[in-house]
Design a protein around this ligand. Sequence first.
Ligand code: G
Ligand code: G
Ligand code: NA
Ligand code: MN
Length: 259
Amino acid sequence: GLMERELRSAIMDFSQFQLFYQPKLDLITGNIVGVEALLRWTHPSKGSISPAKFIPIAEATGIINPLGEWIVQQACRDIQNWNSHALHPDFHVALNLSPKQLYGGKVFNILRQQLKRYDLDASRLHVEVTETALMSDKNSAKETLDSLRNIGIEVWLDDFGTGYSSLGYLREFNIDGLKIDRSFVSDIDNDSNDRTLCSAIISMAHQLGIKVVAEGIETTTQSSFLSDAKCDYGQGYLFAKPMPAGDLEQKLRGTSLQE
Ligand code: G
Ligand code: G
Ligand code: NA
Ligand code: MN
């Protein structure tokens, strides 16, 4: 299709792509603990195209492999730049991994190579995987994720609660944390069932020894509720929208993020 051809052309030099970064905050202290990297594609004539549109095509065509490698490299380069301004030692970048990237050992090698190239500790990177990503070939996905955790890259379950077998994945996969899907967060102010579900997910996660991020926080009421429910971290437009690397650096300057 047309978009496939345009993607193929765009990955010749990657100049139409940019990584944006959305902060994740400690809900008690308000400190930025890390960011999630979100890919942006600005087409020369069509303008901004949503990853929700082009990532599925990149996955179906295998373009996700070179594109994914570029994302890892770009994130590591940005971390190294921020690092020269004395980042807090715990500050990390979370990368979204597509289902296809989990099969075979390729992404593990790419992550390890780029960490080495930019002289970064593995704890600087997290990966986020969706529940659906884990469905097709569980053994291969588990092997990849375990090898990432073995070298110190945290593994987080994204969009938790919306998948086909959320609890099953908690049993089968070793993960460091989960992200409560924003559909649970968006109705906190009105829906007592969603409040109950959020609290239950947080308490269950903590009893399993894993951490929790709530995503899509847009109001102070949602934030207060989640903080009272002992949710560890929060992300959402209330705190910050995804932004270019340079804007993030501005934001980090003079905050407690720095050492
Ligand atoms: O940032 P935005 O809301 O436009 O993202 C839409 C969807 O695209 C989300 O599900 C998000 O996880 C996904 N997405 C954004 N950036 C990346 C990326 O770098 N890799 C993958 N695999 N998915 C991404
Ligand atoms: O699937 P994933 O969780 O990776 O999706 C991330 C997407 O969610 C990004 O495209 C980001 O722009 C979007 N997002 C982040 N915070 C908010 C928010 O507070 N409200 C809404 N509606 N979307 C958000
Ligand atoms: Na994500
Ligand atoms: Mn998500």
